[in-house]
Design a protein around this ligand. Structure first.
Ligand SMILES: [Zn+2]
Length: 300
């Protein structure tokens, strides 16, 4: 029995769509929902495994060059579907918990990194934003040059990266939630009562788990962060004295008052996609993360 998802390839948006169709027709336990559209009208898709009232969300590829996180989440979705078929204990778990995957938050950006600007009607603006280069390996932003993980309404006003115009990375935009990809995920998060969220990024093998919370929110996040660190072997990052804000995790922790984690997969590789030869290691470290969070939900 072969797998549908092959994560060890340049994992494209088109592949994601094909795999989602195949997985949802093979597994009744998996449901697909379109939660919005990118700037260039690519679908933002959420997959739901299970029917439980409690909910956990895993998302990937806010940042364009971090598309290996999409492959990881699709691999995870298929792996859990199989286990749902085979294991009574997993079926029980997903009667109480729904595990949501949003595997590719920034499909336009991912497509730009993988295939270049030729197919985009914004080609000329893209080259300009990219300082004249036609290589987009290091691109993190969406197709309008806005960094989607600096767009959430948590201390957005105080972010100062010295970047005042659209760019391959780090430009926060002219106001929070200006980008449709972020608005969709934000709205989706408000509509679902997620107990925990994990936002997948790359690289560095580390986990961000705290912003400026205290008390019970801090304690429960720390406890769960320690479990995630033990499972993955990743380092927990203590925030500095002036964390910058604007990220999904920052917003979720402070406003929803529940744990959110930013998990950086792969050894640190600098401003490029994580090479595929690291995938087996990444899979070993992360394949149980969704189940750990789903199980933790029941103890809540
Ligand atoms: Zn990132």
């Amino acid at each position: 029995m072969g797998n549908i998802v092959n994560p060890k390839q340049v994992y494209r948006y088109t592949q994601l769509l094909d795999d989602i169709n195949l997985l949802t027709s093979k597994y009744d336990s998996l449901e697909k929902r379109v939660i919005g559209y990118s700037v260039n009208h690519r679908k933002l898709i959420a997959l739901r495994l299970g029917t439980g009232k409690k909910a956990v969300m895993l998302n990937g590829a806010h940042h364009a060059r971090e598309w290996l996180t999409s492959a990881l989440l699709m691999n995870m979705a298929e792996y859990y579907c199989k286990r749902h078929e085979d294991e009574e204990e997993i079926r029980k778990l997903f009667k109480e918990v729904s595990l949501w995957f949003v595997p590719m938050v920034n499909p336009d950006g991912v497509t730009l990194v993988q295939d270049g600007a030729d197919q985009f009607h914004q080609k000329n603006e893209l080259i300009k934003m990219n300082d004249g280069s036609v290589h987009y390996d290091g691109w993190k932003a969406n197709i309008r040059g806005i960094d989607l993980n600096r767009q959430y309404p948590m201390d957005w006003e105080t972010i100062d990266d010295q970047i005042r115009k659209p760019a391959p990375a780090m430009f926060k935009g002219k106001k929070p939630l200006s980008e449709p990809e972020v608005r969709s995920l934000y709205q989706f998060s408000l509509e679902h009562n997620f107990a925990f969220v994990a936002c997948y990024h790359s690289s560095g093998e580390e986990i961000f788990w705290q912003y400026k919370s205290s008390g019970a929110v801090y304690d429960s996040a720390k406890k769960l962060a320690e479990k995630l660190a033990a499972l993955t072997g990743y380092r927990l990052v203590e925030p500095g004295p002036n964390p910058s804000g604007g990220g999904f995790t920052d917003w979720f922790i402070m406003v929803q008052k529940r744990p959110s984690f930013t998990i950086e997969i792969g050894p640190y590789v600098g401003p490029v996609p994580v090479p595929l030869h690291y995938y087996d290691k990444i899979w070993k470290e992360n394949k149980e993360v969704g189940l750990l969070l789903a199980k933790a939900c029941l103890q809540n």
